[in-house]
Write a protein that binds this ligand. Structure first.
Ligand SMILES: [Zn+2]
Length: 99
């Protein structure tokens, strides 16, 4: 199926849990990876938002979906985004100065 067909069927919730059968011609997972993961599926609102978004916004949303899928698989708090890491590094730096 083409990427557009995949998006349309994903939007309808038709591809959740369908594994490889849900992948498009390029072999790509659905945007929220719900084809290959039991948890972490995006809700209807976010799916519609993704479909309506431009490429830049979609990229950001993909990172969020991936994080949610990983947390669903590995457990809450298991995923550190680069923004989190940056903040932690900044906090560590702050701690050093206090000592
Ligand atoms: Zn998949």
């Amino acid at each position: 199926m083409t990427r557009d067909e995949q998006l349309e069927r994903w939007l309808a919730g038709d591809l959740d849990g369908k594994k490889e059968a849900a992948h498009n011609d390029a072999g790509e997972c659905c945007p929220d990876f719900a084809c290959c993961n039991e948890g972490g599926a995006a809700n209807a609102f976010d799916r519609q938002r993704f479909v309506d978004a431009d490429d830049r916004t979609r990229e950001g949303m993909l990172v969020g979906f991936l994080g949610a899928a990983l947390e669903a698989h590995y457990g809450p708090g298991s995923v550190t985004t680069s923004a989190d890491a940056h903040e932690e590094a900044a906090n560590d730096e702050g701690e050093k100065w206090k000592r």
